[in-house]
Design a protein around this ligand. Sequence first.
Ligand SMILES: [Zn+2]
Length: 367
Amino acid sequence: MIFVKDIIAAIEAFAPVQYQEGYDNSGLQVGDTQAAVTGVLLTLDVTDAVLDEAMQCGANMIVAHHPLIFSGLKRLTGRNYVERIVQKAIKNDIHIYAAHTNLDNVRAGVNAKIAEKLGLVNTEILSVMGGTLRKLHTYVPVAALDKVRDALFAAGAGEIGKYSECSFGTEGKGTFRAAADANPAIGVAGGAREQADEVKLEVLIEKHTESRVLKALFDSHPYEEVAYELVALENKNQQIGAGMVGYLPNPMDEMAFLAYLKERMAVSCIRYTALKGSDIRKAAICGGSGSFLLKDALAAGADVFITGDFKYHQFFDAEGRILIADIGHYESEQYTVEIFEAILNKKFPNFAVLVSKTNTNPVKYYC
Ligand SMILES: [Zn+2]
Protein backbone atom coordinates (compact mmCIF):
# COMPACT_ATOMS: atom_id res chain seq x y z
CA MET A 1 0.00 0.00 0.00
CA ILE A 2 1.32 3.43 -0.95
CA PHE A 3 0.23 6.45 1.08
CA VAL A 4 0.05 10.15 0.27
CA LYS A 5 3.03 10.73 2.59
CA ASP A 6 5.12 8.22 0.56
CA ILE A 7 4.46 10.10 -2.69
CA ILE A 8 5.35 13.39 -0.97
CA ALA A 9 8.55 11.93 0.55
CA ALA A 10 9.72 10.65 -2.86
CA ILE A 11 9.20 14.04 -4.51
CA GLU A 12 10.70 16.03 -1.64
CA ALA A 13 13.78 13.79 -1.49
CA PHE A 14 14.38 15.12 -5.03
CA ALA A 15 13.17 18.69 -4.48
CA PRO A 16 13.30 19.55 -0.74
CA VAL A 17 10.55 21.97 0.17
CA GLN A 18 13.12 24.09 2.07
CA TYR A 19 14.27 25.39 -1.32
CA GLN A 20 10.97 26.96 -2.34
CA GLU A 21 10.84 30.75 -2.57
CA GLY A 22 9.37 32.74 0.32
CA TYR A 23 6.21 33.70 -1.60
CA ASP A 24 5.45 30.13 -2.62
CA ASN A 25 3.00 27.57 -1.25
CA SER A 26 4.34 24.19 -2.29
CA GLY A 27 3.26 21.07 -0.43
CA LEU A 28 0.03 19.18 0.23
CA GLN A 29 -2.82 21.55 -0.65
CA VAL A 30 -5.85 19.38 -0.04
CA GLY A 31 -6.00 15.96 1.56
CA ASP A 32 -4.51 13.67 4.15
CA THR A 33 -0.89 12.45 4.33
CA GLN A 34 -2.04 9.16 5.95
CA ALA A 35 -4.49 8.20 3.17
CA ALA A 36 -3.81 5.33 0.76
CA VAL A 37 -3.22 6.32 -2.87
CA THR A 38 -5.07 4.50 -5.66
CA GLY A 39 -3.20 6.28 -8.45
CA VAL A 40 -1.45 9.57 -9.19
CA LEU A 41 -2.30 11.98 -11.99
CA LEU A 42 0.49 14.39 -13.00
CA THR A 43 -0.23 17.87 -14.34
CA LEU A 44 1.19 21.37 -14.63
CA ASP A 45 -1.98 23.01 -13.25
CA VAL A 46 -4.98 21.78 -11.30
CA THR A 47 -8.17 22.64 -13.18
CA ASP A 48 -11.71 21.31 -13.00
CA ALA A 49 -11.02 19.21 -16.12
CA VAL A 50 -7.93 17.69 -14.47
CA LEU A 51 -9.96 16.85 -11.36
CA ASP A 52 -12.57 15.11 -13.55
CA GLU A 53 -9.81 13.26 -15.38
CA ALA A 54 -8.34 12.01 -12.07
CA MET A 55 -11.73 10.69 -10.95
CA GLN A 56 -12.37 9.05 -14.34
CA CYS A 57 -9.06 7.19 -14.29
CA GLY A 58 -9.32 6.15 -10.64
CA ALA A 59 -6.43 8.29 -9.38
CA ASN A 60 -7.18 9.85 -5.98
CA MET A 61 -4.05 12.03 -5.92
CA ILE A 62 -3.07 14.90 -8.21
CA VAL A 63 0.56 16.04 -8.29
CA ALA A 64 0.98 19.46 -9.89
CA HIS A 65 3.77 21.95 -10.47
CA HIS A 66 1.67 25.06 -9.83
CA PRO A 67 -0.02 25.31 -6.42
CA LEU A 68 -3.82 25.51 -6.66
CA ILE A 69 -3.94 27.49 -3.41
CA PHE A 70 -1.44 30.34 -3.51
CA SER A 71 -2.64 33.01 -1.12
CA GLY A 72 -4.93 32.07 1.77
CA LEU A 73 -8.51 30.96 1.38
CA LYS A 74 -10.84 32.84 3.73
CA ARG A 75 -14.00 30.95 2.85
CA LEU A 76 -15.10 28.03 0.69
CA THR A 77 -18.28 29.11 -1.04
CA GLY A 78 -17.50 28.32 -4.65
CA ARG A 79 -17.04 31.94 -5.72
CA ASN A 80 -14.08 31.17 -7.98
CA TYR A 81 -12.43 28.17 -9.62
CA VAL A 82 -9.98 27.64 -6.74
CA GLU A 83 -12.72 27.39 -4.13
CA ARG A 84 -14.84 25.16 -6.39
CA ILE A 85 -11.96 22.77 -7.08
CA VAL A 86 -11.03 22.55 -3.39
CA GLN A 87 -14.67 21.78 -2.48
CA LYS A 88 -15.01 19.18 -5.22
CA ALA A 89 -11.68 17.55 -4.30
CA ILE A 90 -12.71 17.25 -0.64
CA LYS A 91 -16.15 15.82 -1.56
CA ASN A 92 -14.48 13.23 -3.77
CA ASP A 93 -11.52 12.37 -1.52
CA ILE A 94 -8.94 13.64 -4.01
CA HIS A 95 -5.57 14.68 -2.56
CA ILE A 96 -3.81 17.62 -4.25
CA TYR A 97 -0.08 18.24 -3.91
CA ALA A 98 2.23 20.79 -5.59
CA ALA A 99 6.01 21.07 -5.94
CA HIS A 100 6.62 24.52 -7.39
CA THR A 101 9.70 26.73 -6.86
CA ASN A 102 11.49 23.94 -4.96
CA LEU A 103 11.30 21.96 -8.22
CA ASP A 104 12.49 25.06 -10.12
CA ASN A 105 15.46 25.57 -7.80
CA VAL A 106 17.02 22.10 -7.70
CA ARG A 107 19.80 21.28 -10.14
CA ALA A 108 17.90 18.44 -11.84
CA GLY A 109 14.52 20.21 -11.84
CA VAL A 110 12.38 22.21 -14.26
CA ASN A 111 15.27 23.93 -16.07
CA ALA A 112 17.32 20.76 -16.43
CA LYS A 113 14.32 19.28 -18.24
CA ILE A 114 14.24 22.22 -20.69
CA ALA A 115 18.02 21.95 -21.14
CA GLU A 116 17.57 18.25 -21.90
CA LYS A 117 14.91 19.01 -24.54
CA LEU A 118 17.24 21.57 -26.15
CA GLY A 119 20.28 19.30 -25.93
CA LEU A 120 22.33 21.83 -23.92
CA VAL A 121 25.68 20.69 -22.52
CA ASN A 122 27.92 21.92 -19.68
CA THR A 123 24.94 23.33 -17.83
CA GLU A 124 25.13 25.36 -14.61
CA ILE A 125 22.62 27.09 -12.34
CA LEU A 126 22.12 30.65 -13.62
CA SER A 127 21.50 32.37 -10.26
CA VAL A 128 22.78 30.35 -7.32
CA MET A 129 20.73 30.60 -4.11
CA GLY A 130 22.62 31.88 -1.05
CA GLY A 131 22.17 30.79 2.55
CA THR A 132 21.72 27.08 1.92
CA LEU A 133 24.96 25.84 3.49
CA ARG A 134 26.00 25.53 7.14
CA LYS A 135 29.09 24.29 8.96
CA LEU A 136 28.61 22.08 11.99
CA HIS A 137 31.40 21.92 14.60
CA THR A 138 31.08 19.46 17.43
CA TYR A 139 33.45 18.22 20.14
CA VAL A 140 33.52 14.44 20.52
CA PRO A 141 35.46 12.24 22.98
CA VAL A 142 37.93 10.17 20.93
CA ALA A 143 36.27 6.85 21.84
CA ALA A 144 32.93 8.01 20.37
CA LEU A 145 34.32 9.64 17.22
CA ASP A 146 33.45 6.86 14.75
CA LYS A 147 29.92 6.49 16.08
CA VAL A 148 29.15 10.22 15.89
CA ARG A 149 30.80 10.71 12.50
CA ASP A 150 28.97 7.70 11.00
CA ALA A 151 25.64 9.00 12.33
CA LEU A 152 26.24 12.48 10.88
CA PHE A 153 27.15 11.04 7.46
CA ALA A 154 24.12 8.73 7.50
CA ALA A 155 21.91 11.79 8.10
CA GLY A 156 23.34 13.53 5.02
CA ALA A 157 26.17 15.65 6.46
CA GLY A 158 29.52 15.95 4.69
CA GLU A 159 28.36 15.98 1.06
CA ILE A 160 30.32 18.26 -1.27
CA GLY A 161 29.50 17.91 -4.98
CA LYS A 162 30.42 14.39 -6.08
CA TYR A 163 32.06 13.59 -2.71
CA SER A 164 30.36 12.24 0.37
CA GLU A 165 31.55 11.52 3.94
CA CYS A 166 33.72 14.69 3.94
CA SER A 167 34.83 15.84 7.40
CA PHE A 168 37.77 17.35 9.23
CA GLY A 169 38.91 16.49 12.74
CA THR A 170 41.36 18.25 15.05
CA GLU A 171 42.53 16.54 18.25
CA GLY A 172 42.61 18.57 21.46
CA LYS A 173 41.70 18.70 25.10
CA GLY A 174 38.20 19.52 26.27
CA THR A 175 37.46 20.64 29.84
CA PHE A 176 34.25 20.64 31.83
CA ARG A 177 32.99 20.44 35.38
CA ALA A 178 29.72 18.61 36.01
CA ALA A 179 27.19 20.17 38.43
CA ALA A 180 25.89 18.10 41.32
CA ASP A 181 22.65 17.30 39.46
CA ALA A 182 24.35 16.52 36.13
CA ASN A 183 24.72 13.08 34.58
CA PRO A 184 28.22 13.20 33.02
CA ALA A 185 29.53 10.56 30.60
CA ILE A 186 33.06 11.24 31.90
CA GLY A 187 33.90 12.08 35.53
CA VAL A 188 31.46 12.46 38.42
CA ALA A 189 28.62 14.84 39.23
CA GLY A 190 29.74 17.61 41.55
CA GLY A 191 33.37 16.56 41.09
CA ALA A 192 36.48 18.47 40.06
CA ARG A 193 37.18 19.83 36.59
CA GLU A 194 37.66 17.07 34.03
CA GLN A 195 39.94 17.10 31.04
CA ALA A 196 39.15 14.77 28.14
CA ASP A 197 40.79 13.86 24.83
CA GLU A 198 38.37 15.12 22.23
CA VAL A 199 38.20 15.72 18.49
CA LYS A 200 36.71 18.89 17.05
CA LEU A 201 34.75 17.43 14.17
CA GLU A 202 33.67 19.71 11.29
CA VAL A 203 31.15 18.82 8.58
CA LEU A 204 29.28 20.75 5.91
CA ILE A 205 25.50 20.45 5.94
CA GLU A 206 22.80 21.57 3.54
CA LYS A 207 19.75 23.43 4.78
CA HIS A 208 17.33 20.61 4.03
CA THR A 209 19.29 18.08 6.13
CA GLU A 210 19.78 20.38 9.15
CA SER A 211 17.11 18.97 11.47
CA ARG A 212 18.00 15.38 10.51
CA VAL A 213 21.73 15.96 11.14
CA LEU A 214 21.17 17.67 14.50
CA LYS A 215 18.94 14.81 15.63
CA ALA A 216 21.66 12.33 14.60
CA LEU A 217 24.21 14.39 16.55
CA PHE A 218 22.14 14.44 19.74
CA ASP A 219 21.24 10.74 19.44
CA SER A 220 24.81 9.54 18.84
CA HIS A 221 26.88 11.88 21.01
CA PRO A 222 27.64 10.42 24.47
CA TYR A 223 27.59 13.72 26.39
CA GLU A 224 24.55 14.92 28.32
CA GLU A 225 25.13 18.43 26.95
CA VAL A 226 26.39 18.27 23.39
CA ALA A 227 28.80 21.10 22.59
CA TYR A 228 28.31 22.21 18.98
CA GLU A 229 28.18 25.26 16.77
CA LEU A 230 26.07 25.67 13.68
CA VAL A 231 27.50 28.40 11.46
CA ALA A 232 25.79 29.94 8.42
CA LEU A 233 28.12 30.13 5.42
CA GLU A 234 28.43 32.62 2.60
CA ASN A 235 29.54 29.81 0.27
CA LYS A 236 27.26 29.26 -2.73
CA ASN A 237 25.74 25.86 -3.27
CA GLN A 238 26.08 25.18 -7.00
CA GLN A 239 23.22 22.66 -6.80
CA ILE A 240 20.44 25.09 -5.80
CA GLY A 241 19.17 28.22 -7.56
CA ALA A 242 17.12 29.77 -10.33
CA GLY A 243 17.46 29.31 -14.09
CA MET A 244 20.14 27.45 -15.97
CA VAL A 245 22.75 28.25 -18.56
CA GLY A 246 24.43 25.88 -21.00
CA TYR A 247 25.88 25.49 -24.48
CA LEU A 248 24.49 24.18 -27.74
CA PRO A 249 26.71 21.36 -29.00
CA ASN A 250 27.06 23.33 -32.27
CA PRO A 251 26.50 27.08 -32.74
CA MET A 252 23.46 28.04 -34.84
CA ASP A 253 22.46 31.26 -36.53
CA GLU A 254 19.60 33.02 -34.78
CA MET A 255 16.77 32.15 -37.18
CA ALA A 256 17.87 28.51 -37.33
CA PHE A 257 17.92 28.51 -33.53
CA LEU A 258 14.39 29.95 -33.29
CA ALA A 259 13.17 27.22 -35.65
CA TYR A 260 14.97 24.61 -33.53
CA LEU A 261 13.47 26.06 -30.33
CA LYS A 262 9.96 26.05 -31.83
CA GLU A 263 10.30 22.43 -32.84
CA ARG A 264 12.00 21.13 -29.66
CA MET A 265 9.61 22.90 -27.26
CA ALA A 266 6.54 22.23 -29.44
CA VAL A 267 5.39 25.86 -29.51
CA SER A 268 3.14 27.47 -32.10
CA CYS A 269 4.88 30.85 -31.93
CA ILE A 270 7.75 32.65 -30.21
CA ARG A 271 7.93 36.31 -29.21
CA TYR A 272 11.49 37.56 -29.64
CA THR A 273 13.63 40.70 -29.73
CA ALA A 274 15.74 42.12 -32.58
CA LEU A 275 18.33 39.71 -33.94
CA LYS A 276 21.91 40.48 -32.90
CA GLY A 277 23.45 39.14 -36.11
CA SER A 278 25.69 36.65 -34.31
CA ASP A 279 25.44 32.90 -33.71
CA ILE A 280 23.76 31.31 -30.70
CA ARG A 281 26.21 29.30 -28.61
CA LYS A 282 25.26 29.88 -25.01
CA ALA A 283 21.63 29.71 -23.88
CA ALA A 284 20.08 30.83 -20.59
CA ILE A 285 16.73 29.29 -19.67
CA CYS A 286 14.09 29.70 -17.02
CA GLY A 287 10.82 27.77 -17.04
CA GLY A 288 7.79 29.94 -16.28
CA SER A 289 8.05 33.67 -15.57
CA GLY A 290 11.78 34.31 -15.90
CA SER A 291 12.17 38.01 -16.65
CA PHE A 292 13.73 38.57 -13.18
CA LEU A 293 16.76 36.61 -14.43
CA LEU A 294 17.52 38.76 -17.51
CA LYS A 295 20.42 40.50 -15.74
CA ASP A 296 21.87 37.11 -14.75
CA ALA A 297 21.54 35.85 -18.33
CA LEU A 298 23.42 38.96 -19.53
CA ALA A 299 26.09 38.56 -16.84
CA ALA A 300 26.55 34.92 -17.86
CA GLY A 301 27.22 36.04 -21.44
CA ALA A 302 24.28 34.10 -22.85
CA ASP A 303 23.40 34.72 -26.51
CA VAL A 304 19.73 33.91 -25.92
CA PHE A 305 17.39 33.92 -22.91
CA ILE A 306 14.50 31.50 -23.23
CA THR A 307 11.60 31.88 -20.82
CA GLY A 308 7.93 32.94 -20.61
CA ASP A 309 5.82 35.88 -19.49
CA PHE A 310 8.04 38.76 -20.66
CA LYS A 311 6.12 42.06 -20.67
CA TYR A 312 6.28 44.64 -23.45
CA HIS A 313 8.59 47.08 -21.64
CA GLN A 314 10.88 44.28 -20.47
CA PHE A 315 11.67 43.39 -24.09
CA PHE A 316 13.39 46.79 -24.39
CA ASP A 317 15.90 45.68 -21.73
CA ALA A 318 17.57 43.37 -24.25
CA GLU A 319 19.17 46.50 -25.79
CA GLY A 320 20.74 44.46 -28.58
CA ARG A 321 22.90 42.55 -26.07
CA ILE A 322 20.89 39.31 -26.00
CA LEU A 323 18.08 37.63 -27.92
CA ILE A 324 15.05 37.24 -25.66
CA ALA A 325 12.85 34.35 -26.76
CA ASP A 326 9.50 34.17 -24.94
CA ILE A 327 7.99 30.79 -25.70
CA GLY A 328 5.07 31.08 -23.21
CA HIS A 329 4.76 30.07 -19.55
CA TYR A 330 2.85 26.84 -20.16
CA GLU A 331 4.99 25.84 -23.13
CA SER A 332 8.24 26.33 -21.20
CA GLU A 333 7.05 24.09 -18.36
CA GLN A 334 4.94 21.55 -20.22
CA TYR A 335 7.55 18.77 -19.82
CA THR A 336 7.85 19.28 -16.05
CA VAL A 337 5.46 16.36 -15.46
CA GLU A 338 8.15 14.07 -16.91
CA ILE A 339 10.26 14.85 -13.83
CA PHE A 340 7.48 13.69 -11.48
CA GLU A 341 6.90 10.67 -13.68
CA ALA A 342 10.56 9.60 -13.54
CA ILE A 343 10.77 10.05 -9.74
CA LEU A 344 7.58 8.09 -9.04
CA ASN A 345 8.18 5.32 -11.58
CA LYS A 346 11.64 4.72 -10.14
CA LYS A 347 10.46 4.72 -6.52
CA PHE A 348 7.17 2.86 -7.06
CA PRO A 349 7.43 0.54 -10.07
CA ASN A 350 4.14 -1.14 -11.03
CA PHE A 351 2.14 1.72 -9.48
CA ALA A 352 -0.44 3.74 -11.41
CA VAL A 353 1.37 6.98 -12.32
CA LEU A 354 -0.54 8.73 -15.12
CA VAL A 355 0.25 11.88 -17.06
CA SER A 356 -2.77 14.11 -17.55
CA LYS A 357 -3.99 14.45 -21.14
CA THR A 358 -5.63 17.82 -20.34
CA ASN A 359 -4.00 20.91 -21.85
CA THR A 360 -4.37 23.37 -18.97
CA ASN A 361 -2.88 26.38 -20.80
CA PRO A 362 -5.33 29.27 -20.20
CA VAL A 363 -3.74 31.21 -23.09
CA LYS A 364 -4.99 30.46 -26.62
CA TYR A 365 -3.31 31.62 -29.83
CA TYR A 366 -5.11 32.76 -32.96
CA CYS A 367 -2.39 32.47 -35.62
ZN1 LIG B 1 5.25 28.14 -13.82
